[in-house]
Design a protein around this ligand. Structure first.
Ligand code: HEM
Ligand code: HEM
Length: 403
């Protein structure tokens, strides 16, 4: 059969289906407005310069989706009971290859998430993205960061091996020092005055639905605020705005594409000088970065996997618990305080002040402009905090592993 005849026949055979699909799509679209929604989500302006650095936010989002999806698969085999949690994971590790990879992806996904969310925070801090009108985006971000830390620590308790049991013991011990209602909080979390079966059930519930139920809508709010004000990007998109004439500025504002101009904003920073399309430009860069990270997680899950220590043994008092690496700076700070101050100062006062300052960053930073070198008042303390945390983590590694 000639090529032309073949394609005519194919067209005749598929026409009824193409017609049916088009009619079905129109029916659904009239009722749900899918086309409008897709257009709203994909077609908008974003800053062109420094675009790769702005892929950290979407990478954080994809990594959280990875946690939710792998978490749901884990629920198919994991049994949240002190007598069976370890057994169920031990079975997975030994006899269920797919389950072991999923478990590895959940653990390595969490590790990569901590790094990427940290970099996203550093990026938005350095570029002064928290300045007017994006103050609330930053504050929601800080709360998201705390939620993710909470998910990390509650997750670490779930395998109910030695590491998990002693993590739960230490965390619920420390909680009792919380001002005013510390003891009540401890009892609620332990499900009694002592550690027991209810402790695991409580942390399981907090991990799989309570924290995610707060996290997911907050991410929605973070993204809605992002859409409302547009991506600020970084100072490289606003070079020359201060020398700009009034007429040039008015022209830039008048010809801005949605969602710009970001109002209320300092006039110079309401519209990036150089704009690009979110789709396909930014979406392509976001996809490359996110795909690379998911691939890395998969490789780590296959090659290294997730460890499982011996089953929890409350009688093994000589066991020295080592905290998850993302809590190493806090662990180190604790041992540096005198015994009596250790928990109140090390766990509540210093981290409490640190978190409050972090939330207040948009209101404390009164510097004009967004270039980091013109904001030494915030950049120097910020750099000091990051170096301090790295230094404390190194000291902790040295202490715990005798390097
Ligand atoms: C669950 C965690 C988070 C998710 C899913 C998320 C997602 C995003 C996305 C997709 C963007 C736009 C792209 C980009 O600029 O990278 C963004 C922007 C932003 N995020 Fe996050 N983020 C999270 C956590 C945080 C944290 C911890 C902070 C800071 C404490 C933060 C502060 C900001 C700010 C200020 C912007 C605006 C950036 C700009 O306009 O230049 N976010 N976020
Ligand atoms: C940002 C979100 C999340 C983070 C950072 C996170 C983190 C973790 C971590 C670090 C562990 C310990 C892994 C190990 O040592 O083996 C864990 C365990 C677990 N997580 Fe999550 N998780 C998140 C979300 C979820 C969600 C949404 C679910 C359920 C739908 C879930 C279900 C589980 C289960 C069942 C376990 C126990 C199995 C195991 O330890 O391998 N997680 N999680």
């Amino acid at each position: 059969m000639a090529d032309q005849q073949r394609s005519q026949l194919a067209a005749r055979l598929t026409r009824p289906f193409a017609g049916l699909m088009a009619t079905t799509y129109r029916w659904v679209d009239e009722r749900l407005g899918v086309t409008d929604l897709v257009h709203q989500l994909l077609y908008e302006a974003v800053p062109r310069r420094g675009a790769w650095a702005y892929s950290l936010g979407s990478a954080t989002l994809i990594l959280i989706v990875n946690q939710i999806v792998t978490g749901m698969f884990l629920l198919w085999t994991y049994v949240p009971s002190t007598t069976e949690a370890w057994e169920s994971l031990n079975f997975t590790e030994r006899h269920d290859e797919f389950g072991a990879i999923v478990r590895g992806m959940h653990l390595w996904g969490a590790y990569v998430l901590f790094v990427v969310i940290g970099l996203h925070m550093v990026r938005t801090f350095v570029s002064g993205s928290y300045k007017k009108p994006r103050e609330l985006n930053w504050i929601v971000g800080v709360v998201l960061f705390l939620m993710v830390l909470g998910l990390g620590i509650t997750g670490a308790m779930l395998p109910w091996d030695q590491a998990a049991y002693w993590t739960a013991t230490v965390v619920t011990h420390v909680i009792a020092y919380f001002p005013i209602f510390g003891t009540q909080l401890q009892e609620i979390l332990r499900g009694g005055t002592q550690m027991g079966p209810a402790t695991l059930t409580r942390f399981f519930a907090i991990h799989i639905w309570l924290l995610p139920a707060i996290l997911v809508p907050l991410i929605g709010l973070h993204l809605a605020l992002l859409r409302r004000h547009g991506e600020h990007g970084s100072w490289v998109n606003y070079e020359g705005v201060e020398e700009e004439t009034e007429a040039d500025r008015a022209h830039r504002m008048a010809h801005a594409e949605a969602p710009y101009p970001a109002l209320p904003s300092d006039p110079g920073y309401a519209v990036p000088v150089d704009l690009d399309e979110f789709f396909p430009s930014q979406v392509f860069k976001d996809s490359v970065v996110s795909f690379g990270l998911v691939l890395l997680i998969f490789v780590m899950a296959v090659v290294v996997g997730a460890p499982l220590e011996r089953a929890a043994n409350p009688a093994a008092l000589n066991y020295v618990p080592t905290p998850e690496w993302f809590f190493l700076p806090l662990d180190q700070m604790l041992v540096q305080f005198p015994q009596a101050w250790m928990i109140p100062v090390g766990v509540f006062i210093v981290p409490g002040i640190g978190t409050t300052l972090l939330i207040l960053v948009p209101f404390l930073d009164r510097t004009p402009g967004r270039e980091p070198w013109r904001r030494p008042e915030v950049m120097v303390p910020g750099l000091f905090v990051v170096l301090f945390l790295i230094f404390e983590a190194m000291l902790a590694v040295n202490r715990l592993f005798n390097l």
